[in-house]
Design a protein around this ligand. Structure first.
Ligand SMILES: [Zn+2]
Length: 268
């Protein structure tokens, strides 16, 4: 039985509504990722993460995986390299809101958005609050970067500043999920983030990212990346994906088990 939303008919969706299947919506983007990675790196990670999460959850709870949203918002400064498609913040927020609202209006009550692109964090968080106001249902947001942070920090080979954009974290993940799309002969560490301070670790190294300050304005990038992809490996990528899936699936089981405010009110 397929767990893809797009494969369902209105009849099988009725069955999924009866079992209150968890809906997973991966959100990535398409933007330049340096000379060694494909421009759809974030969308690929989002799609793979969604598939692995759905596979991990399917034996435990009913689940439906939606198609990945592949275009999103990136800052204009990234358009200095070809490959960056920019959807305006408000357009993206409205679009994600409408996709989610449609699913919640269908009657589903558990919806998880996979946030797989740094520039979307605040936008998706605001959308989830707007959905609470509009539908009285709480949408969950998961980030594979944050859910794998501990495992990655223990395994990484790059120094602080090696993983912001197109660096060791993303390159390792791509070597794990899409090795054919990576050209390691073009990977270079010339754009390591070299600025670090008490407040700015550069890449959340060991949780040290206390303030928000756009990397793109701290240090210019020659190649379009920030970090060190030369030390990336498929092994590290697998370890990161496994940690993100394991932690994400544990959370989503908890999220699905927990009755929503409106569900318990309806039952009492
Ligand atoms: Zn990326």
């Amino acid at each position: 039985m397929s767990y893809l939303f797009r494969d369902q008919s209105s009849v099988t969706l009725h069955e999924h509504l009866d079992s209150n299947s968890l809906i997973i919506l991966p959100v990535g983007t398409t933007e330049e990722h340096g000379p060694h990675l494909p421009v759809d790196t974030d969308a690929r990670i989002a799609e793979a993460y969604g598939q692995r999460l759905a596979e991990a959850l399917a034996p435990q709870i009913p689940v439906l995986l939606m198609d990945t949203i592949r275009y999103g918002y990136s800052m204009k400064i990234m358009q200095q390299w070809p490959g960056t498609v920019v959807v305006r913040t408000r357009v993206l927020m409205d679009y994600v809101f409408d996709v989610c609202r449609s699913v919640l209006d269908m009657g589903f009550t558990k919806l998880a958005i996979l946030d797989c692109h740094g520039h979307h964090r605040g936008l998706l968080s605001t959308v989830s609050r707007e959905l609470c106001d509009a539908c009285d249902k709480a949408v969950a947001i998961l980030s594979p970067a944050r859910l794998s942070q501990e495992a990655y920090d223990a395994a990484r080979k790059s120094k602080q500043g090696g993983s912001i954009h197109g660096g060791e974290w993303e390159t390792s993940l791509l070597l794990h999920i899409s090795p054919e799309a990576v050209d390691m002969t073009k990977a270079s560490d010339e754009d390591m983030m070299r600025y670090h301070s008490e407040f700015v670790a550069g890449d959340g190294f060991q949780g040290r990212q206390q303030v928000s300050w756009s990397t793109w304005y701290i240090q210019p990038s020659k190649s379009g990346i920030y970090g060190d992809p030369t030390v990336a490996s498929a092994e590290t990528g697998k370890l990161v994906m496994d940690a993100a899936v394991q932690n994400g699936a544990r959370f989503l089981k908890e999220y699905w088990d927990r009755k929503q405010k409106t569900e318990s009110a309806a039952q009492s």
